[in-house]
Design a protein around this ligand. Structure first.
Ligand code: PGA
Length: 253
């Protein structure tokens, strides 16, 4: 197993009330006592907007880092009913923002809207978890690489601060379906993503590439040998402290 830092990121989606802090308390307790491995991973939880302030305050000097799941494509304040800007998220002390999740692409986020969002997150001094992924039709028609290349090159810009960007590869057909890619396919795709990022943006360091889609404590074993992966974006299983902790435990077991 490689020794570089791995990310375990929980995406709660539309889940949680103030009482759900008990889930984070348990995860925090685990990571606090997990002295053997905890220098090797980062735990980030992205609750809904409504919980960010409270969670970020509670876990301020702890190992759990709080992020947001999305932001509006215009920054600061504006006449945009129901929207939340990166500037507003930053004021709650969130450190990361997920951008480009397929849930939001489905609701109209284009590559150029995603680019604006990434720009806003970075300008506010936060880091971006940039999601990309092909749908089932693209996969069957062997268009995965074409789609990924387009998503990467149209939403990222050479002038971005790449040190603050993580990429999460989330094939849409795997999200919430219980299906995960074959190891050899995931290896090829991860290497393709890393090469594309390198070719287009020529960063001097390697941008972390995570996998997301139906990761849970029973299949995490299958990702262990894929040392090219820099971590995981976990949806459903991150709403349970037991499942989330078991994913980390089983990964390092
Ligand atoms: P899942 O979701 O783990 O429930 O498949 C992942 C995601 O949508 O980020």
């Amino acid at each position: 197993m490689a020794n570089n830092i791995k990310y375990f990121i929980g995406n709660w989606k539309m889940f949680g009330t103030p009482k759900s802090i008990s889930i984070l308390n348990k995860i925090n307790k685990f990571v606090k006592f997990d002295k053997k491995f905890n220098k090797r991973y980062k735990t980030i939880i992205t609750p809904p907007y409504t919980l960010i302030e409270n969670f970020a305050k509670t876990f301020k000097n702890q190992k759990i880092i709080i992020g947001a799941q999305n932001c509006y494509h215009k920054d600061n304040f504006g006449a945009n009913t129901g929207s939340i800007s990166a500037f507003m998220i930053k004021s709650l002390n969130a450190k990361y923002v997920i951008v480009g999740h397929s849930d939001n692409r489905k609701e109209g986020d284009t590559n150029s809207i995603i680019k604006e969002k990434i720009d806003n997150v970075l300008n506010n001094g936060m880091s971006v978890i940039f999601c990309i992924g092909e749908n089932k039709k693209d996969k069957l028609r062997k268009r995965t690489f074409k789609v990924l290349r387009e998503q990467i090159t149209k939403a990222l810009d050479k002038r971005f601060k790449f040190k603050n960007i993580l990429v999460a590869y989330e094939p849409i057909w795997s999200i919430g379906s219980g299906k995960i890619p074959k190891t050899k396919d995931l290896l090829k795709t991860t290497l393709f993503i890393k090469k594309t990022l390198n070719d287009f943006f020529k960063t001097k360091f390697s941008i972390p590439v995570l996998y997301g889609g139906s990761v849970d404590s029973s299949n995490i074993d299958q990702f262990k040998n894929l040392t090219v992966l820099d971590g995981f974006l976990i949806g459903g299983a991150s709403k349970s402290n037991k499942k989330f902790i078991d994913i980390i435990k089983n990964y390092y077991r």
